[in-house]
Design a protein around this ligand. Sequence first.
Ligand code: ARG
Length: 487
Amino acid sequence: MKQILKVITVFSFLISTLIIYINPEVNASEKDQWHKIKERGELRVGLSADYAPYEFEHNVNGKSKYAGIDIDIAKKIAKDNHLKLKIVNMQFDSLLGAIQTGKIDIIISGMTPTPERLKEVDFSKPYMTVDQKMIIKKSEADRFKTIEDFANKKIGVQKQTQQEKIAQTEIDNAQIQSLTRVPEVIMSLKSGKVNGMVIEGPVAEAYLKQNKDLTFANDVKFNEGKKETAIALPKNSPMLMDKLNTSIKDVKNKNLLEDYKASAADAMQKDDGNFFTKYGSFFLKGIKNTILISIVGVVLGAVFGAFIALLKLSKVKILRWIASAYIEFLRGTPLLVQVFLVYFGTTAVLGLDISALICGMIALVINCSAYIAEIIRAGINAVDKGQTEAARSLGLTYGQTMKSVILPQAVKNILPALGNEFVTVIKESSIVSVIGVSEIMFNAQVVQGASFDPFTPLIVAAILYFILTFTLSRVMYFFEGRLKVSD
Ligand code: ARG
């Protein structure tokens, strides 16, 4: 009980320091965001590239490229203002958080200005107006015609979008299934998990072209049938607002929008070849990064973990508490939360501008270190007490005992468990896809969006993860055998 109280005290202390740090006054943009962009020479545009023809990834000579109306507009803004352009691709529901923590400067992601969003960000003048549609399976076209037919039925939408709101307010007692990415909702619809999907017109058309089993429910008319699309920017940035509106005005005046639409349609059609020639490069890149972040996670995790384990075995009480608090906190919170904390925390709290890849690695290293610390501690504790007693009575110091008697035996307990941890990390690393680290899962999602095929990329991802983990466990098996022999 006393122990628990102490752990809690240490933690409340850590958390309150953190909260003092996140003091909004320190971070409130005292300056027009425009100055920061100019100083940096780079415009960071946040978007969710699951939204053809607005923004999507496609393959150009084996390289993945962003394309779409929003991408073209972003390029134009950068060019108009002599800035470099950096596209930051993430989940739609993370974009507002990213702008507030300073990860991105603006959002161009088919976003609709709404009163709720206006509390957190400002919006440029709208650059487009789009229809709201319902799509269904062709085979169910007789069952679902008017909006009344959807009462009490399951409706799929992208999470945190206006389509979610329309489904909630305009369909009687709809059972809403909100998913993070558009291809996931399409997949739900195709597999019959939902009966209909509320989606914006141009996006629906893009998906219908590739999925012949889906169609519009043409008689469904929403009250909020039209929505505007605009660029989101941090509050109180009149200069930035001005620059954005100038570029948009151009687009609208010269009717460039039609050109942009046409170029987006072209980009969508250019993909030819079979699934693997088209998307193989995405998966290869994913494999490389998954292996990289897993190795970094386990190796650095082991280094820190060893250190934490030493603290935990130390004679000094306070060090033991700190180690326990660290381990318990990290094992008691989801990796997903930790990943977001590192990603947004590094900018919001520490003011650092670190790439998603590095943030993902940091989160994995921290998470691994807690598990590995326990592995190491358990491995050391598992060595029979008598060994220490014998060594000490032979006159070895504590250090010597550790080094030549305990650790060599402990390693035999630790290595196999470390191998298991490695297998776990390969699978868990898929979680960092949420912040846009380009590992296997992330690329599978990119391919879902680019191919309009929600299923095949998942199968490929599953097979790839399996090959990695299975090979690794075979290798471990082999070494474990060797360790046993050496006994
Ligand atoms: N226009 C809708 C909204 O603002 C949906 C936008 C979704 N964008 C995306 N890139 N997935 O709520």
